[in-house]
Design a protein around this ligand. Structure first.
Ligand code: MG
Length: 399
C-alpha cells in the first residue's frame, strides 16, 4: 500500500483527521447490518464520522434580528461596513460598481431605480437565512406592492412581495419560486414588520444535457413551510416557462430592485455538502462511489491496524474486511484466527477466565464475517472458539 508510509508518519488521531474519517471508537464494530453495494457504512457504524459541532444562533423576534449559528457566513449584519460585501449587478460586459442601496436602521434598503445588487461572494447549494420588510406605507397593488426578490446563484427567484392583504397571481406570491410554484401558505406579517425566510437551495445538475437532479428549493416564512423541496424547472422567470438548464457550481446571491424600498437584514448562509450524485456521502451512493468509499475506509482501518498489536490488530484487520475483502488481509486474518483459536484451546481452563472478554470479541467478529459471507460459517477457528465459550458457560445469561 503506497499510502502506508505517509500514514504511519502521522499520529493515529491526525491520520483519521487527515482522511476525514472518525477514529474508530472502542465499541464493537461487528454490530449492525454490513455495508452493501450502495451503502459504504454499516448500520450504526462506529467508523462513520461524527457530525461537526455547530453552536446554534438565536432566533429573530419582530423587533430584534437573531444571531447566526457559529459556522454561518454572514453577508449582511446590519452595519454599514457589511455593505462592502455587495456590489451592483452590471449588464453583461460591464464592470460592477459599489451598490447604491443604503444601510438605514440596521437594514439594507433598496434605492428604487438603482438596480439589482449582488454579493461579491459566490456560492452554490446552501441554507440561506434572510429577513425582509416591505414599506409600512402601503402603495400599489399586486406585483407593484413591496416587490423585491431573492435570486439564488443570481438565477432562481424566491419572491419577496407584500401580500399581506394583496392578492396577485399565485406563482408570483411572496415565497413562490417565481414562475414555477406558489407557496403553500401566506404566513406574512403586516407591511413594515420583518419577515423571516429560511431557504434550502440545491442547484440543478445536468450531465450531457440529461437532468441528473432538477435541483430544489425549500422555503420557510416566519417558521411556516412554503416550499417543500420544490423541484426547479430551470431558473423560472417572468412570462415564459423556463426549461431545465445546468447551473454552474457557484454564483452570487442577488437582490431585486423592483422599484420599491424593501429592506433586508440578518443575511447569512451555510454551504451544504455535495449530494451523492456529486460524489458526496448523503443517502444512497452509486455502486462505483460506494466501492471507492469502502476501499478508502478499509485502507484507513488497515493503516490503523498497523499501529496496533496482538488481538486488537487482528480484530481491526478483520473489521477492514467488512469494507473491502482484500486478499492479503483476508489471508492474514484467517491465519491469525487459526493461531489464536489454537492458543486459547491450549490454555488450561483456569487460565482462560482472564481471556473471556477478548474471546467473546473474536467470536463476535468471526460470526459477523460469517454472516457477511466473508469467511464461511463453518470456519474452523470459529467453531473451536464457540465450543470454548459454551464449555466455559460464557454464553449463559446471569440471572
Ligand atoms: Mg420580485
Amino acid at each position: 500500500m503506497k499510502l502506508r508510509p505517509v500514514l504511519l508518519a502521522l499520529g493515529s488521531a491526525s491520520l483519521f483527521a487527515a482522511l476525514g474519517v472518525a477514529a474508530p471508537s472502542t465499541g464493537s464494530p461487528f454490530y449492525g447490518d454490513a455495508p452493501d453495494a450502495h451503502h459504504p457504512w454499516a448500520i450504526h457504524d462506529q467508523n462513520r464520522p461524527q457530525p461537526p459541532r455547530v453552536e446554534p444562533g438565536t432566533f429573530s423576534t419582530a423587533t430584534q434580528p437573531g444571531q447566526p449559528p457559529s459556522d454561518a457566513i454572514v453577508l449582511f449584519d446590519g452595519t454599514a461596513a457589511s455593505l462592502a460585501k455587495w456590489e451592483s449587478d452590471p449588464k453583461p460586459g460591464e464592470a460592477p460598481t459599489p451598490t447604491k442601496w443604503i444601510v438605514r436602521d440596521g437594514a439594507l434598503e433598496c434605492v428604487p431605480k438603482s438596480g439589482y445588487i449582488r454579493t461579491k461572494e459566490q456560492f452554490g447549494d446552501c441554507q440561506l437565512h434572510i429577513e425582509w420588510a416591505a414599506p409600512k406605507a402601503v402603495q400599489g397593488a399586486s406585483q407593484g406592492r413591496g416587490n423585491s426578490g431573492i435570486f439564488l446563484m443570481g438565477r432562481a427567484e424566491v419572491q419577496v412581495l407584500d401580500n399581506y392583504n394583496n392578492p396577485t397571481y399565485a406563482d408570483g406570491f411572496a415565497g413562490s419560486v417565481y414562475g414555477i410554484n406558489p407557496p403553500m401558505a401566506n404566513a406574512l406579517r403586516a407591511p413594515g414588520e420583518f419577515q423571516v425566510y429560511d431557504i434550502v437551495f440545491r442547484r440543478p445538475i445536468l450531465k450531457d444535457g440529461k437532468v441528473i437532479d432538477p435541483g430544489h428549493l425549500t422555503v420557510f416564512c416566519n417558521g411556516v413551510l412554503l416550499q417543500d423541496a420544490t423541484p426547479l424547472e430551470g431558473p423560472g422567470g417572468h412570462l415564459r416557462r423556463s426549461l431545465p438548464v445546468a447551473f454552474p457550481e457557484k454564483g452570487p446571491l442577488k437582490l431585486q430592485d423592483h422599484g420599491n424600498p424593501v429592506r433586508f437584514r440578518n443575511i447569512w448562509y451555510r454551504p451544504l455538502p455535495p449530494r451523492s450524485s456529486e460524489g458526496g456521502t448523503d443517502g444512497v451512493l452509486t455502486a462505483e462511489a460506494t466501492a471507492a468509499k469502502r476501499r478508502a475506509i478499509a485502507a484507513t482501518l488497515r493503516a490503523d491496524a498497523a499501529q496496533l498489536a496482538g488481538t486488537a490488530q487482528m480484530l481491526r484487520l478483520a473489521e477492514s474486511l467488512v469494507y473491502e475483502d482484500e486478499a492479503a488481509t483476508h489471508a492474514q486474518v484467517e491465519a491469525r484466527a487459526t493461531t489464536y483459536a489454537a492458543s486459547i484451546k491450549a490454555l488450561p481452563s483456569a487460565d482462560r477466565t482472564a481471556k473471556k472478554g477478548e474471546v467473546q470479541s473474536v467470536v463476535r467478529a468471526l460470526q459477523y464475517l460469517g454472516k457477511s459471507a466473508i469467511v464461511p460459517a463453518s470456519f474452523a477457528p470459529r467453531a473451536t472458539l464457540e465450543a470454548i465459550v459454551k464449555a466455559e458457560g460464557w454464553d449463559q445469561v446471569k440471572k
